[in-house]
Every structure is written in structure tokens, then in C-alpha cells.
Ligand binder design. Structure first.
Ligand code: GLN
Length: 492
């Protein structure tokens, strides 16, 4: 079959179970596509053909003797921030270009245990800091919809592999939008779960109080399958929550859209820099939901202006602390011929960290330093609490909150936004992480340049099932999630 990559995850799993094709055939199909097409997209940092085919054969055995789990034999790609035993984990950085983890991240271990096949590790902004994937040591990933544009970031590789059909779905991480914004830029569905729902063990830390892993795929249904695999309590992550996990697939129709109260924050639709076409597509999608029975309710989120400064204080502060472990001694890059230990630290870090990472370490170290700690870091923590409170108040009156995922469609590669311009592009995603809430991006159309636009729905804590269900039903009524970029239509 030449069009295996057009199947949904459910169809793939069913095709494997009914022996219409084997996992080896399916895996080889993707490996062929990667070999033929990825030069143009630059989405994989590492492709693991032998490893993948061995996993595929193991899955085929389970399938033959009838002991295979739901997703056994289905391929996926991991963001190169998840540690993979025996396979390089770079976090998009020269610092970890030589790093081979001795263990698997819990997300990776769970995917393996479910019989999923790892095609490889995909590109990302260095240490997940960025919104374009251009800060990667491995060069910029291209947006499959238009190869002159970025796929978004930091999980740009995860978005690009799915949009180009170089993997059926992928893991991503979201510290301030890195699942939702690339999903939006590449016309995909991406879910940022509630903080603590997916284990962070073995996920290279950026800002630990904000980081959360999640699925990126074409549809809510595909995301639900991956969530069923990766969600859950993990004793190896002290912030992971011991709370029963929903069956996200079984719940896909469980939330009634009829009567659902969707909050529309006044402040969000008046943001300077919100592109008129993005606004129009998002409003059209809300109209569709209204026609399906939802009730649109105008709400206030008064802290909107504080999102960007608060996040860009707290995230760098945590990053400066987390990244202090890269000292040139224990693992990672080490400079040549150091004069002494200070020279070793200094040159290893200066030579191996890129500009954006260095900028964040400097800002974060400054904000945490004696004398500034109270004025900046403590103040930001207080504002963070007010932002959370703003959402909790809103959720007394509405079930979910709607917003664009990003104010614009995908930027051009090399647009060279100033750091401030780039940070302002995160206005719609940051608060969700500051509050620890779940949120989802759904594709809702295109702008005049045929670049995808995304709708974001923000839910209350633990509402992943509800968010997936709403988007699933929206996707039963629309076909944006089935549209494919030209490169995805090409055969290997
Ligand atoms: N763009 C944001 C940043 O650069 C978010 C990144 C992320 O979620 N990892 O910090």
C-alpha cells in the first residue's frame, strides 16, 4: 500500500490487528518517506531504522499471537528532549550533541511498553527555548505547508513530522506554548495536559514548574490514543499527580457541546498584533461550535498584560538553575584544553550554548540574584498567583475558554524577530502554563497564504477528556484536520 500514512491512528491499529499490513511494512513505509522527504523538512535529528524495525518485529510477534495492546506496532517520533536509552538525546543543543542517556524517560518507556515503534528523535528549539525551532544546533526545521516558513516551536520537529506524514503522531513538550503554537502553525491538534498529568522524568528540564509533555497529532482522536499511553502517576516525578487517568478514547463523545459554556475573553481579542485573518478564522470556528449548541459568553481576564513579563521572568529563572548542571565536567560538551576549572566551566558553556539560551541564563541569574530576588522573582510569583486566580474565577461561570493559539500564522524563516517581538507572540499560551491548566489547539482553517490557523481551548484542571471531546466533535463536523500539505501528498 502506498498510502498507509493517510490512515488515522485508529485505522492503523485496526489494520495491524486484522493483519492487513504488518508493523514492519508500516514502519518501513515511514522510514522510506523520511529517507525521501526529510531533507526538505529537516525534522529529524536522529532516525533509528534498525531500532524501529526491531521494535516493529517484536510488535508483529505480539500481534500474531494475539497479545498485542491497542497501539502495538504503530510508529511515532519523540521530541529530542525525552531521554532515550542508547539513542542520542540532544535537546537541540551542541551541549548535548554527544549525550546518550543511560535510561528512558517515563514517556518513552510507556510508549515502548505499549508496543509503539520509535522512528527517531525530532528537532526543537535549543532546550525548548523559542517559538520557531530556528535556535536548534541542527538548523531550522521547515513548515510542511510552506517550506520558507517556520513550523513554530519549540516542538517544531514534532509538528513538522506529523504535518509532512513522516510520523503518524509525536510527543512534544509545552512550557509556554511549545505544543499548542507549533500545532497551530502546522494545522494539527496538540494537547498540553494539566501540570502533573504526564511524567517529567527523563524529560530534559527547562522550567520545571511549567514543563509538561503531551501529544501532537492530526486529530483529537489520535491525541487521545497517545494520551491513554503516556498519562499517569509516576513515582519518579515528585510533581506527577496520583489521580486516576481517564480513558481519553472512550470519552471522545462524552462531553455535551450542546449547552457548553465557552468563555470569550474580551482582552484576548483586542490584543495589538492579532492578525485579522487569524481572528476571523477563530471567530468562524466559534460560530461553528455555537451552531453545534455551545453558548458563547464574554468574560474578563484582567491579568492578560502581565502574562509575558511574568513568564519571561519565572521561566528564565528556573532555566538558569536547571541549566547550571551543564558544567563541562559530568556530561555534555567539554571545551578543549581548559586552563583551570573556571575556564572549563566558562568556555564549555560559552561554546556550547546558543544565543537564546545564554540570554535566558543571564536574565534568570540576574532575577534570582541577591538584591533583585524580591523585586523580580518573588514579585513574579505573586503575579503568577493572580493570573491563576483570574482563570479560577472565570471557570465559575464558563466550562472552557477560547483563544487563538498564536496572534499570527507561521513566520518566515529568518524573519529575525527581536527577542521582545518573539516573546509577545506567546501572549495566548503562557498563562496556561503559569496556572498549570490544560489546553488544546485545533486547526480551524487557513489564511490567504494557505498557512494554518489554530483555535485554543483552555480547560479547568484535569479536563483533558473534555477538551479532546469538544475538539473531536468539532472535527466530526468540519474537515480542517484532514487537510494535508503538498509534501504530505508526495509518495516515497
Ligand atoms: N516560546 C516559549 C519560550 O520560548 C515557550 C517555549 C516552550 O513552551 N518550551 O519560552
Amino acid at each position: 500500500m502506498t498510502d498507509l500514512h493517510r490512515l488515522s491512528i485508529r485505522e492503523m491499529a485496526e489494520g495491524l490487528k486484522s493483519a492487513q499490513f504488518s508493523s514492519r511494512e508500516l514502519t518501513q513505509h515511514y522510514l522510506d518517506r523520511i529517507a525521501k522527504l526529510d531533507d526538505r523538512v529537516n525534522s529529524y535529528v536522529t532516525v533509528t531504522p534498525e531500532y524501529a524495525l526491531a521494535q516493529a518485529d517484536a510488535a508483529d510477534n505480539l500481534l500474531k499471537n494475539g497479545t498485542a495492546g491497542t497501539l502495538a506496532g504503530v510508529p511515532l517520533a519523540h521530541k529530542d528532549i525525552f531521554c532515550t536509552q542508547g539513542i542520542k538525546t540532544s535537546a537541540g543543543s551542541k551541549m548535548l550533541d554527544n549525550f546518550i542517556s543511560p535510561y528512558d524517560a517515563t514517556v518513552v518507556a510507556k510508549a515502548k511498553a505499549a508496543g509503539l515503534v520509535t522512528l527517531g528523535k525530532v528537532n526543537m528549539d535549543e532546550f525548548a527555548m523559542g517559538s520557531t525551532s530556528e535556535s536548534s544546533f541542527y538548523g531550522a526545521t521547515k513548515n510542511p505547508w510552506n517550506l520558507e516558513h517556520v513550523p513554530g516551536g519549540s516542538s517544531g520537529g514534532s509538528a513538522a513530522v506529523v504535518a509532512a506524514d513522516l510520523a503518524p503522531f509525536a510527543t512534544g513538550t509545552d512550557t509556554g506554548g511549545s505544543i499548542r503554537q507549533p500545532a497551530s502553525f502546522c494545522g494539527l491538534t496538540g494537547l498540553k495536559p494539566t501540570y502533573g498529568r504526564v511524567s517529567r522524568f527523563g524529560m530534559i528540564a527547562f522550567a520545571s514548574s511549567l514543563d509538561q509533555g503531551g501529544p501532537m497529532a492530526r486529530s483529537a482522536e489520535d491525541c487521545a490514543f497517545l494520551m491513554n499511553t503516556i498519562a499517569g502517576h509516576d513515582t519518579k516525578d515528585s510533581t506527577s499527580i496520583n489521580k486516576e487517568v481517564d480513558n481519553y478514547v472512550a470519552n471522545l463523545n462524552a462531553t455535551a457541546v450542546k449547552g457548553l459554556r465557552i468563555g470569550i475573553p474580551k482582552q484576548y481579542f483586542n490584543v495589538q498584533g492579532l492578525d485579522a485573518e487569524v481572528k476571523a478564522r477563530v471567530e468562524e470556528s466559534l460560530k461553528t461550535l455555537e451552531n453545534m449548541g455551545a453558548i458563547l459568553v464574554e468574560i474578563d481576564l484582567n491579568m492578560t498584560e502581565a502574562y509575558v513579563p511574568t513568564y519571561y521572568l519565572i521561566a528564565p529563572a528556573e532555566a538558569s538553575s536547571n541549566l547550571s548542571r551543564y558544567d563541562g565536567v559530568r556530561y555534555g560538551y567539554r571545551c578543549e584544553n581548559p586552563k583551570d576549572i573556571l575556564d572549563l566551566h566558562k568556555r564549555s558553556r560559552s561554546e556550547a550554548f546558543g544565543a537564546e539560551v545564554q540570554r535566558r541564563i543571564l536574565i534568570g541569574t540576574y532575577a534570582l540574584s541577591a538584591g533583585y530576588y524580591d523585586a523580580y522573582y518573588v514579585k513574579a510569583q505573586k503575579v503568577r498567583r493572580l493570573i491563576q486566580q483570574d482563570f479560577l474565577t472565570a471557570f465559575e461561570n464558563v466550562d472552557v475558554i477560547a483563544a487563538p493559539s498564536a496572534p499570527t500564522t507561521a513566520y518566515k524563516i529568518g524573519a529575525n524577530l527581536s527577542p521582545t517581538e518573539m516573546y509577545l507572540g506567546d501572549i495566548y499560551t503562557l498563562a496556561v502554563n503559569l496556572a498549570g491548566l490544560p489546553a488544546i489547539n485545533a486547526p480551524v482553517g487557513f489564511d490567504k497564504d494557505s498557512l494554518p490557523v489554530g483555535l485554543q481551548l483552555i480547560g479547568n484542571y484535569w479536563s483533558e477528556s473534555q477538551l479532546l471531546s469538544i475538539v473531536h466533535q468539532y472535527q466530526q463536523n468540519t474537515d480542517w484536520h484532514t487537510k494535508r500539505a503538498a509534501i504530505a501528498e508526495e509518495n516515497a
